[in-house]
Design a protein around this ligand. Structure first.
Ligand code: CUA
Length: 355
């Protein structure tokens, strides 16, 4: 039935239009054509235009030829016996070998040019080690000795080189892939291998990061946020992050939170001044400055954080953190309040424009 095919195609198109609507993904526009934020994206966009141009050309020529022969040589009912049989056409065969070769070589040349441009070392680049874990991201500002998880603060206008790798070489590691929509991407995060990618963010804002290599149950839930701020703000941020030490709380709820944190969380999670934690778990030192919980998944509000602490496996399939169903609601609230109390004052990353 032809109308079923048409209905299916229309439905698919509607679905795609809905998925591409900017209201999705927490208001972030995931647009490959957005070249405003970095030279990297402009280069990739330029390449995409060429490839799409050739693809459109091939489509029009092939479909045009197909339509032409379908109409011209259609069955009329007046045939008597077989039509004339044609074997081989040297000129045509040479032509359809040369044209695709030229197209492929052109795309190859353009791609190589873009790759050389993008691989140029940038003097004065800040190095950030990026490590993909199941299912979250760890960021290490090597020159400052600062570690942060699932959120990356970057200065505008300064080149940054990401050294992308994955896991710690244990048997459970899988490959992830690092991409920041509207800014840079992608590099695979492969355990035991370091791949580099450099970009200079040009616009202050809140960027959306996502794992783009199928890596398990929560591949789609392996996100992160990037906050591009002014150089002055970044300098203040990194200076305070470098020396941050959690101080003993005076508020009774926070005191209870600290006590519980040490009992329940500190074996895995680091919090400077309180717990060393383990490198294969997210660092929680500046948790109060994060805008999301669960690796870029939900807004970092007490409600979501409490739900996460109580039963993260129920929220995100495949997460390594166990549920803490034995904790009372009051205890969970105390831990959440304690985590949210650790922050550098004067930053409201939620206010940044979203890309
Ligand atoms: Cu990690 Cu997909």
């Amino acid at each position: 039935m032809w109308w079923r095919s048409v209905a299916l195609i229309l439905l698919l198109m509607l679905g795609l239009a809905w998925a591409a609507e900017p209201g999705q993904a927490g208001g972030h526009t995931l647009n490959i054509l957005d070249g405003e934020a970095s030279a990297f994206n402009r280069e990739v966009r330029g390449l995409l235009v060429w490839v799409m141009g050739f693809a459109a050309l091939v489509f029009v020529v092939v479909m045009g030829a197909l339509t032409y022969v379908t109409i011209k040589f259609r069955r009329t009912g007046k045939e008597t016996g077989e039509p004339p049989q044609t074997h081989g056409n040297d000129r045509l065969e040479v032509l359809w070998t040369i044209i695709p070769t030229v197209i492929v070589l052109t795309i190859f040349g353009l791609t190589a040019r873009s790759m050389f441009r993008l691989e140029q070392p940038q003097p004065g680049a800040m190095v950030v080690e990026v490590r993909g874990w199941q299912f979250w991201w760890d960021f290490h500002y090597k020159e400052y000795g600062v570690r942060d998880s699932n959120q990356l603060i970057l200065p505008v206008g300064r080149p940054v080189t990401f050294e992308v790798t994955g896991g710690d070489g244990s048997n459970y590691d899988v490959i992830h892939s690092f991409r920041i929509a509207s800014l840079v991407g992608t590099r695979d995060a492969i355990p035991g291998v370091v791949t580099r990618i450099t970009v200079t963010p040009e616009k202050e804002g809140n960027y959306y990061g996502q794992c783009v290599e199928l890596c398990g149950a929560s591949h789609a839930n392996m996100r992160f946020r990037v906050k591009v701020v002014s150089q002055e703000e970044f300098d203040r941020w990194i200076a305070e992050a470098k020396t941050y030490q959690a101080s003993a709380p005076t508020d009774p709820t926070l005191q209870r939170g600290e006590e519980l944190f040490k009992q329940q969380c500190a074996a895995c999670h680091g919090l400077k001044g309180v717990a060393q934690g383990l490198p294969n778990n997210p660092d929680l030192t500046l948790f109060g400055n994060r805008t999301t919980v669960g690796a870029g998944m939900w807004p970092n509000t007490p409600e979501y954080l409490e739900a996460w602490i109580k039963n993260s496996p129920g929220m995100k399939p495949g997460v390594k953190m166990p549920a803490f169903l034995h904790l009372s609601d009051q205890d969970v609230k105390a831990i959440a309040a304690y985590l949210l109390s650790h922050k550098i004052e004067g930053f409201d990353f939620d206010k940044l424009e979203k890309f």
